[in-house]
Design a protein around this ligand. Sequence first.
Ligand code: HAM
Length: 537
Amino acid sequence: MSEGAVKKEEKPRRFQAIRGTRDLLPPETSQWNSVEQTAHEIFTTFGFGEIRPPVFESTELFARSVGMDTDIVSKEMYTIPDGDIEHIYGLRRSLVEWEIKFGDFRDAELFLGLVVTLLTFIKQAHEDDLTQFEDVGMEALADLTSAAKDLSDLISASSDSKDTETWNRLISLVDRIRLASDRLEIGEDMSLRPEATASVCRSYIEHGMQQLPQPVKLYYMGPMFRRERPQKGRYRQFYQIGAEVLGGSDAPAIDAEVIEMVMMFFDRLELQGVQLDLNSIGCRECRPKYVELLRAELLKVKDKLGPDSQRRIETNPLRVLDSKLESEQGIIATLPRIADHLCEACATHYAAVKHQLERRGVFFRENWRLVRGLDYYMRTTFEITAQGLGSQNAVCGGGRYDGLVELLGGPPTKGIGFAIGEDRLILSLQESGKAPAQLGRDVYIAWMGERAHATAIRAAKDLRKAGFSVELPPVEQKFGKALGQADKLGAKHALILGDNEVSEGLWTLKTLADGSQAKYTESDLIEHLRKSKSLSS
Ligand code: HAM
């Protein structure tokens, strides 16, 4: 049997999309395209340009910006050590963490075995020219190689004498190996992006965008990845449409205009039940004081809180305010509110943002419990909900993140932005009855006979050039069957081409909705179709 052939009795495995991922199919994809097209149009009118960052980045980029202790980074990221490199990472980790058992030469031999395997893998990776190995840290590699040789010599020379002195020499060689392998520079972990704000800031710094006229206004759309428990409106691969304003000032009018832009977008899409929640979570000056106050208050009621909130008292007391647990709601209502503890600058900024929103006719609800689950925020935070989404009803989240660019090694830079969950946006539109447009055809060409086929191919080409969608059956069909097929595909017209039509130079066009038909010359046909399309749209 040829390689790759499947044995008769074995049923080939049927693959399914991985849990939490899904196929977006026509006609729904046309709705996605039209939503995205509207975003391109609206964001452009606000002076935003599109950025397309990569979907994977250094893990550390997300750890530093979104925050090590957030759920997103600590539990939900898809981190990818690259192919073979995975073994090398694993081996190195084992070496660095190896606790050698005193006096156990067998253990020392196993350790040596691991070192030799690691060196073999590195040599192979070098030969395979894996980019992570372009500069592995030659000094560390030389140290590792020579220490491994010394260890091997020592083990073979001392198979009989296992005295303390031999053992001490062996331990010091093990330490040398551990240090050297720790110093090897074997690339870095990468992660599928769980969000794109960090990437946009990285890109702003990498491309020296601070030299451009400020602020720089960028938007993006594309897939994000989080290993969350899948449910309605929550996926492991989901899509965001987002925008960021970087640099320039932190004028409250910028916050308000960014929010106005999202609201205009939702308005254009006729999204239903839109509710904007607004808050200010203070700055580096006032927030830590508020967090301490909150922690102290939470400690007083610790026993009445669930395990998640109890843990968060230590790790991130603000997140307790996010709790949806019924039994905690009464307690949370009595906690101190950040609005009463903002420093003067933050209070002034917040008041001005609200004023600027009012000026733009943007309705909002203040929500002091809105803290957001990412570490980089300060001052303005907001979230937008829409109808028909059940518990996962946040369709957009955003806020100000002055200082994030600096945290990533760039100059002090102001920043604000948002991201819309596109899956949820579409779901909400569909729940409120906005069905995707059916993927019909303008013309189905029913042809019979070889001469007619040649004409049909030419007609299809001309009609498509003129922008009509055309279905051209690849094999001859009886007219009755062809018309049935045209109907099933939702075609508006059937173009009938048989021997007669070709000889006469007059083509029959049947309108499927009412069964009427008429004859046209080739040039009149396109004109007629144009008119009928513009009438129906
Ligand atoms: P986020 O709140 O984590 O913020 O996500 C924004 C939106 O993405 C959410 O409101 C939700 O609609 C959608 N979303 C999040 N996770 C999922 C999921 N698992 N399945 C489906 N949809 C989801 C951010 O990502 C920030 N980067 C927003 C931002 C931009 N802040 C400033 N600039």
